[in-house]
Design a protein around this ligand. Structure first.
Ligand SMILES: [Fe+2]
Ligand SMILES: [Fe+2]
Length: 137
């Protein structure tokens, strides 16, 4: 039951901070590229390279978001940090598994990455957007 359909950006994903929306967009683009290329290049090296790129974007984004939320004294800051940390740890594990060829198939890996980002943006990130009054209207 792995959902491997491309992620379609909509207004629902906006967190009301243009810089973060841009970064989320960039991350979704990488994930969609990974999803699109899985048929043609299912090799673990390719998956691992893409995850590597994704990790770099993700890391930069997590740092920016955490700094912003710290500055605003966001009430669920610790949950945000823990969630980001879980993604970092799991991605490292999955990269390692892909390199050692003990993977979980690339489909499972891609489904994890896709699912984590969609849920994280729509639930955790949208929560700070609402609580900090960043959304229009
Ligand atoms: Fe976040
Ligand atoms: Fe985010």
């Amino acid at each position: 039951m792995n959902d491997l359909t491309p992620i379609v950006w909509s207004a629902e994903f906006s967190v009301g901070v243009p810089e973060f929306d841009r970064q989320h967009h960039q991350i979704i683009d990488v994930i969609n590229r990974m999803l699109a290329s899985r048929e043609t290049s299912p090799h673990s090296e390719t998956v691992s390279d893409a995850l590597d790129e994704l990790s770099r974007f993700a890391d930069r984004h997590f740092k920016a978001e955490e700094a912003f939320l710290t500055e605003r004294n966001y009430s669920a800051l610790e949950e945000q940090k823990a969630s980001h940390q879980l993604f970092r740890r799991r991605t490292l594990e999955l990269c390692q598994m892909a390199l050692e060829h003990t993977s979980s198939t690339p489909s499972e890996l891609l489904a994890f990455v896709r699912g984590w980002w969609v849920r994280h943006i729509l639930e955790a990130d949208r929560r700070y957007a609402r609580e900090l009054g960043l959304l229009p209207g």
